[in-house]
Design a protein around this ligand. Sequence first.
Ligand code: SF4
Ligand code: SF4
Length: 266
Amino acid sequence: MDDTNFACTTCGQCCHDLRLPLTITEAIDWLKRGGQLELLCEAIPWPVEPEPDNAQAAYKRARSSAVMSGTLPVRVSIILAAAFAGACPNLRADMLCGIYDERPLVCRIYPAEINPFVPMVPQNKACPPEAWQTTPLQRQGVLVDASTYQLVQQSRLATQSETPLRIQICRELGLDHAALANEGFVIHTPDRDALLTALEQCCASPLPDDESAQWTFVSNRSMTMEALASVGAVGYPDQRTADKAFRYHGFFPSSLDNGQTSVDKR
Ligand code: SF4
Ligand code: SF4
């Protein structure tokens, strides 16, 4: 793997058109500043426990919660995301962050990756060519910048320790639909005040997981719907009905009979 140097040019390009994953404390602060939040939900069938030496499965397991879909055991992952089209509401006209000292962890870590199974590829980042110079960031694919390393560890730990609270927040708000992992996300946008209350309540009074809770998969692909049904899971076709309480953001074109696609048009 290549060695990578990096020094931020403060161009502000990475502060536009985002879904920023937040910790729960950051999410509470974001809402109190008047920002919008979404809950992105995905689920993965988990019929048996993987081998103990499966590091990728262990990483996934530590960041997801056990529930059921029909008779199929599944694990749900939930991301609290600050969503905005165009510039971040905190981005100043001079392209500097207006909440620099309180900015989310994910903003401090960029352009490094948090997930250890995702390699950092400079070409996939918003940073201009001149940013990839001077300070050593990675050597042979390993983070060597001490402060970024610390922030990545902090972020991983926060996501892991908050996992039971995230599913509790969904329970409080009655959210129980998720996309199949790697196929898309179900996007829930609860009322801001209700979400803030649920976040604060769950932090104050954490409850044990309810592993018998029922979740429904949403998909825009007929082959997925059939495969889920064949293993006893409950599926819901994405059909963009007017009264639907969530949006489906699929990574693939729809193959449902109605021919509708599920691309997020924001
Ligand atoms: S919070 Fe600050 S650093 Fe993060 S996206 Fe917004 S403006 Fe950029
Ligand atoms: S895009 Fe890269 S160089 Fe530009 S502000 Fe963001 S982190 Fe810095």
